[in-house]
Ligand binder design. Structure first.
Ligand code: SF4
Ligand code: SF4
Length: 315
């Protein structure tokens, strides 16, 4: 799967936002877009290679041609997976959507209750009331004093079919530019995540891990607790492939400025992913992982842990 970065526009202003350098690269022009024509060119160049495409930003609900892009994907039997905060009004195209005929998934990027104005919260509740069957939640760990019980409350209140939360870590943009959790705080982060998983389990919710977690942020006992709470382990760092304006592709938001290239220079998505893996290895091959001890680490040797977020090596 690849993600289409549709627009820089966003109404949230999260302190850990990974996408800032993409806007800077576009000359700070918040109106710059991935155009519908560019998306058509992309789909024709990689014809038949996508079954699912992520739509993100910024905030995809603020993309003016959102309906056209959805129609284009459905026409080609590609399922859209939309990453949204759902704090804006539901776009016209989605208002009367029959989800039994038009496959769609939403990943709703959430935060704590106090971060929502009343208007944003009303938009979120209207959205979840309508799309509770195809929406799941995601949450980024940043404030280790945060009260995450709000997430379980909305899963219950709106009876989301997916009782799982995709959890990410606030990671640095290459060479800095956003707020993130420093690696010296990883043991504390591990403890926070274990408590989060325990609370989730009590509420019949399972946590999943996005990229950037490392095995050594947990003690062996904590790993056992996570296992008992049904957490799906993953200590990875790999190419995600986001594609933005002018069909420029990058490995992942934090590494945007390290390397990007036009997608049309690759024959297929596998070739593009291979190129990014090779380029990233070339940049980072002198350092195995984010800690000096990664070199001799049993988790690294067994390929259980990939050594943390590469971007942490640059800050
Ligand atoms: S560098 Fe790796 S861990 Fe960090 S965001 Fe990119 S893919 Fe994820
Ligand atoms: S590879 Fe590095 S980051 Fe991963 S568990 Fe080992 S020491 Fe920690």
């Amino acid at each position: 799967m690849a993600n289409l970065y549709l627009t820089h526009k966003c109404n949230r202003a999260c302190p850990f936002c990974f996408a800032r350098k993409v806007l800077k690269d576009g000359g700070g022009n918040v109106d710059e877009l991935l155009t519908v024509e560019e998306i058509k060119t992309l789909l024709s160049h990689f014809s038949g290679q996508f079954h699912e495409i992520g739509l993100l930003g910024g905030e995809p609900f603020l993309y003016p041609y959102f309906g056209e892009v959805l129609a284009l994907l459905w026409q080609q039997n590609i399922s859209p997976k939309i990453f949204t905060s759902a704090t804006n009004p539901v776009p016209e195209k989605l208002k009367d959507l029959d989800i039994t005929k038009y496959p769609v998934k939403f990943v709703v990027n959430t935060a704590t209750r106090d971060s929502y104005s009343e208007e944003k919260y009303e938009n979120l509740t209207a959205f979840l009331s309508k799309f509770h069957a195809v929406a799941s939640l995601s949450y980024t760990l940043f404030d280790l004093d945060a009260d995450t019980s709000f997430l379980f409350d909305i899963i219950d209140r709106f009876q989301l079919l997916s009782r799982s939360i995709r959890v990410g870590v606030a990671l640095p943009i290459y060479k800095g530019g956003n707020q993130y959790i420093d690696k010296k705080d990883y043991p504390g982060l591990g403890k926070f995540f274990v408590n989060f998983a325990k609370m989730a389990y009590k509420r019949n919710v399972i946590l999943g891990m996005d990229c950037g977690f490392v095995a050594c942020m947990f003690t062996p006992t904590e790993i056992g607790t996570l296992q008992a709470c049904g957490v799906r382990f993953s200590f990875t760092c790999g190419a995600v492939i986001d594609i933005g304006p002018k069909l420029k592709a990058w490995n992942c938001f934090p590494l945007f400025q390290l390397h990007s290239e036009n997608v049309l220079e690759s024959k297929n998505m596998n070739e593009l992913v291979r190129k990014f893996n090779k380029t990233m290895d070339a940049y980072f091959n002198s350092q195995t992982g984010i800690f000096p001890q990664c070199v001799d680490c049993k988790y690294f040797k067994r390929r259980v842990c990939q050594g943390g977020c590469k971007s942490l090596k640059s800050v």
